[in-house]
Design a protein around this ligand. Sequence first.
Ligand code: FES
Length: 125
Amino acid sequence: MSDLLENGWRRVCATADVNDGELKRFQAGEIAVVVVGVGDEYRIIPPFCPHMAEPLHESGICRAGTLTCSKHLWQWNLLTGKEQGPAERPLLFYQSEVRDGEVWACVDKELVYEFDEEDDDDFEW
Ligand code: FES
């Protein structure tokens, strides 16, 4: 089966490739994405943290439906993408669905975060 369907939908991985609570990076055609296992669902997100662009497949921790970036502890609800705790920007999701044991995403347009230049200077531990 082709990995490309109409309207920007692409096969990203098999459901067996990503377990509950795991984050893994894949290519969906030209676009890099991270697939997150959330219970028996999947979220497909841009590969970088909305705060300071850490690679979320390395810095992200997924527990009980919450994604935490271990760099500065921004958190998001993985069902809604809504910010939790200190996070100041929502998490973006690609539209996704499971078809016959495979995870597909609509990647007709790359989702990118706009980073504030002063984020580099403002953060203090
Ligand atoms: S880079 Fe992820 S919370 Fe700061």
